[in-house]
Design a protein around this ligand. Structure first.
Ligand code: ADP
Length: 542
């Protein structure tokens, strides 16, 4: 016997129409690439999303055709999310920080029909348009007046003219909720990038999960700054969960330096923000230098790479902001776990709470996880055993776009490539990406543990711990450090800092100072590059 409830597919168009109807005056504020601040409402966004849908119909785009974006976080990008997916096409967000050739490769692989770009990225488009064999229409996200006449790019239109010619009435189509809605390529640290293809269903379930109190607890009382780019796993789903909850949404455009982020947070009374640790490093440095405090910020979601415990403490103790440490990946839409204390931990002392908060947190309902040993046997949740982390759930990929990489699931579970432990309360702790693990004399050393300790040293701005080949131990850890401006510290002082914090054999053999650590397109440390750079480094005693 089937239930007698309405069988309504979960579609992305419903999110924006819900927001327009129930939160018509809910604000969306964008710092535009033009430099000024743009303000409008969910009602306006819905109307313009419908214009986008009409414009795509006029181009004759078919169901599931791909529309690419090369754009910062802003209202036009937001409209594309809804107009493209809502009308049955697939919004394909491309990371503009990739090399132009990689952008062209991805656009060709995805067979994008339309590519919409912020004017900031005109140089990329000029460099690649002739190589993108499937793109028939180029849309510059600007007013017609801002479009130079001599770009040489064929079929180039200004977004405002393109959608301006269309009606803001549109009958959103109803189709199978499992249809593709959005496409995002992984950064491809190994091999070619692979596409994660999200569905309407997965996106809406993810938005529900994300908004839960034990996830990021999003509501119509929040003003949310999405620092995480809309080209990085759909800004971690915020454009969808924002429309679902009707929160105020603040989109920072291209200005992600500490000063710009701080000013926007204060001006828009931001209560919640989200981004990778490197962005917060810039913000905290700026605030410290200027002696500033927050007037409205309550919590910030930090993920994408491990958030150093020292940062969690600084946010809490110096600025009264709770860090929600989160873990996930492109293949997971991206949310897997978020760190919120449980009832039994609320009464614990501060230090015990910090120890929990440094972990990546508990699974959001919808995601299941397990850790396994080398033979695939499940390991206990004792907080000690570490193994390969596998996940499953309705917003986890079942395979990659066009079957790249072949069969990726193992008995229905997706292998994350991360190494982790899980404690009896269900808190996940990532110790490494499997390719970053340091194997010393048959034992594993967690590079994240070592970096977290180093980051607590007052002279250290950023630290990466990498494996260097060693004649006796196979590999030994080397610590690569960027010092804070003006800070002095010798290698011996930094190594001394590890005393009593980890076992002696886990302490790095050496420290090298560098001016900067290479960051990838999503702001993560590129340890592979560092490993290459320091492959020949002579460790003391080696
Ligand atoms: P890519 O694989 O392209 O770098 P993702 O953004 O999908 O891009 O990265 C996912 C990976 O990032 C995870 O598998 C994990 O290794 C790492 N990661 C994400 N969040 C955290 C976190 N809070 N702590 C440690 N590692 C994290």
């Amino acid at each position: 016997m089937l239930g007698l409830m309405q069988d309504q597919p979960l579609l992305i168009s419903q999110l924006i129409e819900f927001a327009a109807r129930h939160h018509p005056d809910g604000a969306i504020v964008s710092r535009r690439v033009e430099g000024d601040i743009h303000r409008y409402t969910y009602r306006d966004a819905a109307a313009r999303s419908r214009r986008v849908a009409n414009a795509l119909d006029r181009l004759g785009l078919g169901f599931s055709d791909r529309v690419a974006t090369l754009a910062w976080n802003g209202y036009r990008h937001f409209e594309l999310y809804y107009g493209v997916s809502g009308s049955g096409r697939v919004v394909h967000t491309i990371n503009p920080r990739l090399a132009p050739d990689q952008v062209a490769w991805i656009a060709n692989h995805a067979e994008d029909k339309v590519l919409c770009f912020d004017m900031t990225f005109l140089p990329i488009v000029k460099a690649i348009w002739s190589k993108c064999t499937t793109v028939a229409t180029w849309v510059a996200l600007c007013d017609p007046a801002a479009l130079p006449g001599d770009t040489g790019i064929p079929n180039l239109v200004a977004y405002e003219a393109w959608i301006g010619a269309e009606s803001d009435r549109y009958e959103w189509p109803v189709f199978d909720e499992r249809s593709a809605a959005a496409l995002c390529y992984t950064s491809g640290t190994t091999g070619n990038p692979k596409g994660a293809l999200y569905s309407h269903r997965s996106t809406i379930l993810h938005a529900y999960g994300e908004a839960l109190p034990d996830a990021i607890s999003l509501s119509a009382r929040d003003s949310v700054l999405a620092v995480v780019p809309m080209f990085h796993v759909n800004a971690w789903g915020l454009p969808y969960s924002a429309a679902m909850t009707g929160c105020k949404l603040v989109l920072p455009g291209a200005s992600l330096d500490g000063k710009s982020v701080y000013e926007l947070m204060e001006a828009e009374k931001v209560t919640l923000s989200a981004g990778v640790p490197t962005v917060w490093l810039g913000l905290l440095t700026y605030m410290k230098q200027q002696g500033l405090t927050f007037s409205s910020m309550q919590r910030t979601v930090i993920g994408g790479s491990a958030c150093p415990p020292a940062m969690i403490r600084t946010f809490r103790e110096d600025y009264g902001v709770t860090v929600l440490h989160a873990w996930g990946m492109t293949e997971m839409s991206p949310l897997g776990t978020v760190c919120n204390l449980k009832l039994n931990q609320l009464a614990a002392d501060r230090e015990s709470q910090y120890a929990v908060m440094a972990k990546q947190g508990r699974a959001v309902y919808g995601v299941d996880m397990k850790i396994v040993d080398g033979n695939g046997e499940e390991l206990p949740w004792d907080g000690e055993s570490t193994g390969d982390l596998l996940v499953k759930g309705p917003w986890v990929v079942s395979g990659y776009f066009k079957g790249e990489g072949g069969q990726v699931l193992r008995d229905g579970w997706f292998p994350t490539g991360d190494v982790a432990s899980i404690d009896p309360d269900g808190f996940l702790q990532i110790t490494d990406r499997s390719k970053d693990v340091i194997k010393s004399g048959g034992e594993w050393i967690s590079s994240i543990d070592i970096e977290n300790i180093a980051m607590a040293h007052p002279a250290v701005a950023m630290a990466a711990c990498i494996a260097v080949p060693h004649p006796k131990w196979d590999e030994r850890p080397l610590l690569v450090v960027v010092r804070k401006p003006g800070a002095e510290a010798t290698p011996a002082e930094i190594l001394g800092f590890f005393e009593g914090k980890v076992a002696k054999w886990q302490v790095p053999d050496d420290v090298v100072f560098v001016d900067s650590i290479p960051l990838g397109a999503t702001g993560k440390m590129q340890k592979m590059k560092l490993r290459e750079q320091f492959r020949e480094h002579r460790l003391p005693g080696a």
